[in-house]
Design a protein. Structure first.
Length: 458
């Protein structure tokens, strides 16, 4: 049988193309293999960091709806190496780790805490419902500004009256003088003037020097502007709503915390319940003075009554300017007395109208003289269409500095978790909210791969 022979040839050009093609395919396979190895490393790290953050502080979530990782791991002492050890435990031990940024609950005035509060409130109520409340915040701001303005006006009026009396070498009688009565009331402990007869003031205390807003704190490092929530009026409003839901106040029926008046502590920052309640009551008196004084200036009958009493007090002086100044001083004293009556209503759980009218005005001028004496038997009325004590707390929380409020709230959380839940090691400034880790791993043939992984509670 005859075998046919064929002559084969491969040109140099085709040989080079073939080699290049094989090299390209090999390079693609190698690149895919390396990328796959990188993906495995990233997947290991993502899984590990998620497992680490799954070890959140359970009692903090159950009682206060806040996620945080206890960076001390129940020791009361933060050690950064613990985080690397936990990552290794969850399968990321074949790489080196370095923290590039970390944020604790107390950092930057409780920024991470406020971000979680905002997310919680928006999820619970919806953003639109909260925005509907923003319309009132401008009124609150105006009322605070007017309170300061009226305080200056009251001082100026008193200084002018004293100056006129000094020039004429005279003085007003003490008996039957509403101005002297108001001075006496302002020098008296305010709680004795406004406390309901059936309630007593708590005498509980905290160690203020151990609170996050006063002590030296553990702090994180690195910026988180790329993930932080923008602040503003809405954040302050939502923070106030959260605090009223999770902390007790004077008018609440149950008080199970380290102190009874937790919201008042957040506003006052004093060591005792009594001091904090007193501080809040004074603030509300100032706010109530604004609508009371504004109304009394529009009521011709009340102004005439004040002028008549001023004329009677200044009968022997025969100086019209003194009489006019005394009449203005009486109106200011009367408005202050009415504010005390409003506080009596609020502290017993009743409501007072935001704007006063002839029907809702409580205090007669003759009764002003007996306030705070044994003859005082006046109790605040209830106006069903008015504002409650809680709503005034909401107003004060919104007007307060958000950073201060947040840190004091975290202080209350600390104290309650320690006392009620037995978490004696718990410190808010050791609770991690966000962190970013830079990981370095060594792939085959000396390839070094470095990447960052971020995780944070929202």
């Amino acid at each position: 049988m005859r075998v046919r022979e064929f002559k084969g040839e491969v040109t140099a050009y085709l040989s080079l193309v073939f080699i290049l093609l094989v090299t390209f395919i090999g390079g693609m396979i190698e690149s895919a293999s390396i990328q796959n190895a990188k993906n495995y490393q990233r997947a290991d790290m993502n899984r590990a960091i998620e497992c680490v953050f799954a070890e959140y502080q359970k009692e903090l979530l159950e009682r206060y709806d806040i996620f945080a990782l206890d960076g001390s791991y129940e020791t009361g002492r933060y050690v950064e190496q613990n985080l690397s050890d936990r990552l290794s435990y969850y399968g990321a031990g074949n790489m080196e780790h370095k923290l590039t940024r970390i944020q604790f609950l107390t950092d930057r005035g409780g920024q991470a805490f406020c971000d979680q509060v905002r997310a919680y409130e928006e999820h619970k109520y919806g953003i639109d419902a909260m925005k509907d409340m923003l319309g009132m915040t401008s009124v609150w701001g105006q009322q605070e500004a007017q309170a300061k303005e009226y305080a200056r006006e009251e001082q100026d009026s008193q200084d002018y009256l004293e100056e006129m009396l000094a020039e004429n070498e005279s003085e007003l009688p003490e008996t039957g003088n509403p101005i002297s009565c108001a001075d006496r009331l302002k020098q008296s402990p305010i709680l004795t003037l406004v406390m309901p007869k059936d309630k007593t003031v708590s005498e509980k205390r905290v160690n203020g020097q151990d609170m996050p807003d006063r002590r030296s704190k553990n702090t994180g490092y690195g910026e988180f502007a790329d993930v932080a929530v923008q602040g503003g009026n809405l954040s302050s409003l939502l923070l106030g709503e959260y605090l009223l839901e999770h902390f007790s106040a004077f008018t609440d029926d149950e008080h199970a915390g380290t102190v009874d008046y937790e919201v008042e502590y957040i506003l006052g920052g004093k060591d005792s319940d009594r001091e904090n309640l007193e501080a809040v009551v004074k603030k509300i008196v100032n706010l109530r003075f604004v609508p009371n004084y504004a109304y009394i200036q529009t009521d011709s009958e009340m102004k005439a009554e004040a002028e008549a009493m001023a004329a009677a007090l200044c009968t022997l002086l025969a100086v019209p300017a003194i009489t006019e100044a005394a009449a203005q001083g009486i109106l200011l004293a009367w408005a202050y007395g009415e504010s005390l009556m409003d506080l009596r209503s609020l502290l017993k759980g009743s409501k007072v109208p935001l704007v006063k009218s002839k029907e809702s005005w409580q205090l007669q001028l003759s009764k002003l003289m007996t306030l705070g004496t044994d003859e005082d038997c006046s109790e605040g009325r209830d106006d069903t269409g008015g504002l409650s004590y809680e709503e005034y707390l909401r107003m004060l929380l919104f007007l307060a500095k958000k950073e201060t409020v947040a840190l004091r709230a975290l202080g209350m959380i600390e104290q309650n978790l320690r006392m009620i839940c037995g978490q004696t090691y718990f410190c808010a400034d050791l609770c991690i909210s966000r962190m970013e880790m830079q990981s370095t791993c060594h792939l085959r043939r000396g390839i070094r791969y470095q990447f960052k992984t971020y995780y944070g509670y929202r």
